[in-house]
Design a protein around this ligand. Structure first.
Ligand code: NDP
Ligand code: 2IT
Length: 445
């Protein structure tokens, strides 16, 4: 870690992600002493390639704006670079490196051969016109197109990049290359997308939670669930929780959260979808539409998020990194939660993770629990390369099988390495072993 920190002292999220993995892979290094001489760990930590570029574009007033774009091609030992693009003002090299690092291990857990990468820009899509979004996406792709391709690097969405942005990005890629290839996933259904891709991370996360509960003969039926976020991952997770008989009490966006003691139902979900996806509004409107609910605006003076303080059985963080700190974790436990499953990437701080592990609750780390998104991206690539389009039922059935497989490998690996039911160790060790073995077999490249 001191080597990692000395090289890039400012990259705190990246350090956190690396530390999380290093904390658990000691037993693998003991069993494979040769990995030290081959510097396998150092090579996994160092990105294969970092691309950083200028994105100049013109806003609606004719003013030229300049943003920064990134693609971190982290590791291609298992396959082409695969991972999403994030457009958010907080994006910097640190954030993209942490996400790319997590993606390598996540992709290694799914039963498809995919390497890992991540990209994005410090562009804020909020408040931008349709024309500005399109011009930004085109300007971003004017550079990124030369670094990606269906056999090299296949991006997808993440925060701030949904079907609309992927449309403009893919459209520009197609024009520049004069080729219609599967160089993106999360595409629209008319132009090569897969059914269930938008749902996949949220549905898959809930399937993972159901698998964890099933190990002790439990189900989601009647369970009170706290969910953060109101994007694709959160809303499809909420939909699946409802389908499996659970109760959804909360949702949040970047301005605040709602607590609905009666629980959301399909009508309320339809309202939120229209509000967030079509009108791109704020959850405060939910509080106005359903007066029996509580809307709590974000309070930057608080060092905890009151969303996590309500009595509940499950917590599903689906918004962003480090959204659950040690204080939140203590409140989650005090409220009776016995299952935390992560839709977001690295949403729990190290202090929170430590508390969850210490209390031996069900804890599904993001790199295992939210892998359904990239897994269905992989299925989209299979459909593209065979020119087939599978039905909803077919894709959903495959997603379920994949989540069951990931859950079982985490469980088996954790057991094999003497840490039964520790999904953090299970996920990190399973992913690490697969990538490390491939790197050794491919030689020093
Ligand atoms: P979206 O952009 O669709 O939604 C993100 C949601 O989180 C929005 O409700 C947003 O609020 C809120 N949010 C974002 N940043 C912050 C912040 N800094 N503070 C508070 N709230 C915030 O993204 P996704 O649903 O796709 O992604 C959510 C998480 O899931 C991310 O961690 C992502 O990396 C991860 N993930 C995504 C996958 C995918 O395929 N999309 C797959 C696996 C994981 P607002 O509505 O105000 O913008
Ligand atoms: O974090 C993630 O796994 C994603 N944003 C999805 C990546 C993908 O390539 O589908």
């Amino acid at each position: 870690m001191s080597w990692v920190k000395d090289r890039d002292p400012e990259q705190h999220e990246f350090h956190q992600a690396v530390q999380g993995v290093l904390d658990t892979i000691g037993p693998v290094l003991e069993r494979n002493p040769g990995y030290r001489r081959l510097a396998v760990v150092e090579r996994i930590i160092e990105p294969e390639r970092v691309i950083s570029f200028r994105v100049p574009w013109m806003d609606d007033d004719g003013q030229v704006q300049v943003n920064r774009g990134y693609r971190v091609q982290m590791n291609s030992a298992l396959g082409l670079y695969k991972g999403g693009l994030r457009f958010h003002p907080s994006v910097n090299l640190d954030i993209i490196k942490f996400l790319a690092f997590e993606q390598v291990f996540k992709n290694a857990l799914i039963p498809l051969s995919l390497g890992g990468g991540k990209g994005g820009a410090d562009f804020d899509p909020k408040g931008k016109s349709e024309g500005e979004i399109m011009r930004f996406c085109q300007a971003f792709m004017a550079e990124l197109y030369r670094h990606i391709g269906p056999d090299t690097d296949v991006p997808a969405g993440d925060i701030g990049v949904g079907k609309r942005e992927i449309g403009y990005l893919f459209g520009m890629y197609k024009k520049l290359g004069n080729e219609f290839t599967g160089a993106f996933t999360g595409k629209g259904l008319l132009w090569g997308g897969s059914l269930i891709r938008p749902e996949a991370a949220g549905y898959g996360m809930v399937y993972f939670a159901a698998e964890m509960l099933a190990t002790r003969g439990k189900t989601l039926e009647g369970r009170r669930c706290l969910i953060s976020g109101a994007g694709d991952v959160a809303l499809f997770a909420a939909e699946k929780v409802l389908e499996l008989g659970g109760r959804v009490l909360t949702l949040s966006d970047s301005t605040g959260f709602i607590y609905d003691e009666q629980g959301l139902n399909l009508d309320k979900m339809a309202f939120v979808r229209e509000l967030k996806n079509i009108r791109r509004g704020r959850l405060a409107e939910y509080g106005e539409r359903y007066p029996d609910t509580v809307y709590v605006p974000c309070d930057p003076r608080l060092d905890y998020n009151p969303l996590w303080s309500f009595p509940a059985d499950c917590a599903f963080p689906c918004a962003t990194e480090n959204e659950i700190n040690g204080k939140d974790a203590a409140r989650i436990l005090a409220g009776g939660v016995d299952l935390v499953c992560e839709g977001a990437n690295m949403p729990s701080t190290p202090e929170a993770v430590e508390l969850f592990l210490e209390h031996k609750i069900f804890y599904g780390p993001g790199k295992a629990a939210n892998a359904g998104g990239v897994a269905v991206s992989g299925l989209e690539m299979v459909q593209n390369s065979t020119h087939l389009a599978w039905s909803r039922e077919e894709v959903d059935a495959k997603l379920k099988v994949i989540m069951k497989f990931i859950h079982q490998s985490c469980l088996d690996t954790a057991c094999e390495y003497g840490m039964p039911e520790n999904y953090v160790a299970g996920a990190n060790i399973s992913g690490f072993i697969k990538v490390a073995r491939a790197m050794v077999e491919l030689g020093l490249i």
